[in-house]
Design a protein around this ligand. Structure first.
Ligand code: 13P
Ligand code: 13P
Ligand code: MG
Ligand code: MG
Length: 365
């Protein structure tokens, strides 16, 4: 029997508790119940339900490949059921990421975020699922570059003959609705030119040069779907590890540096991405600072053995301390850039209304 397996991570914010800081346990229970029923009917191999901040995360393994209608429908129906629970409890922003009324064969474009990959399960298959809250998909650009293209981060790029050739990055241009593939190390400078602009260019996938998938990220931008600010995208990322791919420690290493990302309060501020254990993924100070958790699994014939809470390690204490220092520093700017996002992004929020109101008061000078 083929050991080809698909891992689908589909997430949505269907209601926050309290405000946008965390999630109510009834939502997690409802999601587990829904997915348990589907598992019993044989629709999946395994699943794990968790959350990061106010985002509900469905991690599923199955044999149906990526973009499978049944799996997406299952996730959609689960989010709808959880939205009802959120409404009953009057949780904040109930149904926040349910942007469209009807399911159309995929959850893409409807509000939820999706990261999926299909592969032949190896002799041992360690994977890490990263989940973030109060930020956007561009937040993965820097860590993904470090993992797969920076020899100062990933020793294997230099030392391991099976990684020496480097990796291929698929980059999405969100505004142009197009993508480009760039190969590292040869095109590293070209790649950096694009992915340094995190609001527009996002790494969607990373491949080994033999075509084997190594990483897949969610790249859904809610504002692009809704045409206005409706909450942040709070992305997810799946990374495979070891034996010709970066080691678990090389994949975690970039998060020892809490880099600045878009998100935080009202999705309109720059702040540091703080790596935290599961139980600390409750962004409360100024609705942040942005958080990331890392769930490690050993796949075993599609079964999710885990998770291990990979940032629950004192070696990330310094990153958390640094993130708090940066948070203080950034907060002192109040409503000034670069703490507040630039005007191009504010166009989605207050700026157009304010401009309209004050238009007549602008005089030629
Ligand atoms: P509201 O209180 O109007 O929802 O805005 C604040 C917020 O939390 C944005 O998501
Ligand atoms: P979420 O996208 O996590 O719901 O956060 C919205 C927000 O505006 C927080 O201030
Ligand atoms: Mg929310
Ligand atoms: Mg959120």
């Amino acid at each position: 029997m083929s050991d080809r397996i698909t891992i689908s991570v589909i997430k949505a914010d269907v209601g926050g508790y309290v405000g946008h800081s965390s999630i109510h346990s009834d939502l997690l229970e409802t999601a587990k119940e829904k997915l348990s029923n589907a598992l019993e009917k044989g629709h999946m191999v395994d699943f794990h339900v968790t959350r990061c901040g106010d985002d509900l995360e469905l991690i599923m393994t199955h044999k149906h490949g990526t973009d499978n209608e049944d799996i997406h429908k299952l996730a959609w129906d689960t989010f709808l059921a959880c939205t009802e629970v959120a409404k009953d409890l009057k949780l904040y922003g109930a149904g926040q990421d349910i942007l469209k009324d009807a399911f159309t064969g995929t959850v893409k474009g409807l509000g939820p975020g999706v990261a999926e990959m299909e592969f032949e399960e190896r002799k041992s298959e360690p994977i890490i699922v990263f989940m973030a809250d109060k930020t956007s998909p561009g937040a993965w650009n820097l860590p993904l570059y470090r993992m797969f293209a920076d020899p100062f981060n990933t020793a294997g790029l230099v030392i391991d003959p099976t990684m020496h050739e480097g990796f291929v990055f698929e980059v999405l241009d969100v505004h142009g609705h197009r993508k480009i593939t760039l190969s590292c190390p040869e095109e590293a400078y070209d790649l950096l030119m694009f992915i340094g602009a995190m609001g527009r260019f996002m790494i969607r996938a990373v491949y080994r040069k033999d075509g084997e998938i190594a990483a897949a990220a969610s790249t859904q931008k809610l504002s692009e779907i809704a045409g206005r600010y409706v909450g942040k995208d709070d992305p997810v990322l799946i990374v495979r590890s070891q034996s010709g791919l970066p080691a678990v420690g090389e994949i975690l290493e970039p998060f020892a540096f809490p880099h600045l990302v878009e998100g935080w309060m009202r999705g309109s501020h720059h702040g540091p991405l703080m790596p935290v254990p599961f139980y600390e993924a409750n962004p409360s100070r100024f609705d942040g600072p942005p958080r990331v958790i890392a769930a490690g699994f050993q796949l075993c014939h599609g079964k999710l053995i885990g998770p291990r809470d990979l940032f629950d390690d004192p070696s990330f204490d310094e990153a958390r301390k640094k993130a708090n220092e940066i948070a203080n520093y950034m907060r002192h700017h109040g409503p000034f850039e670069p703490h507040r996002l630039g005007l191009d992004v504010m166009e989605y929020t207050t700026m157009p209304q304010l401009m309209k109101k004050l238009e007549s008061r602008f005089k030629p000078e």
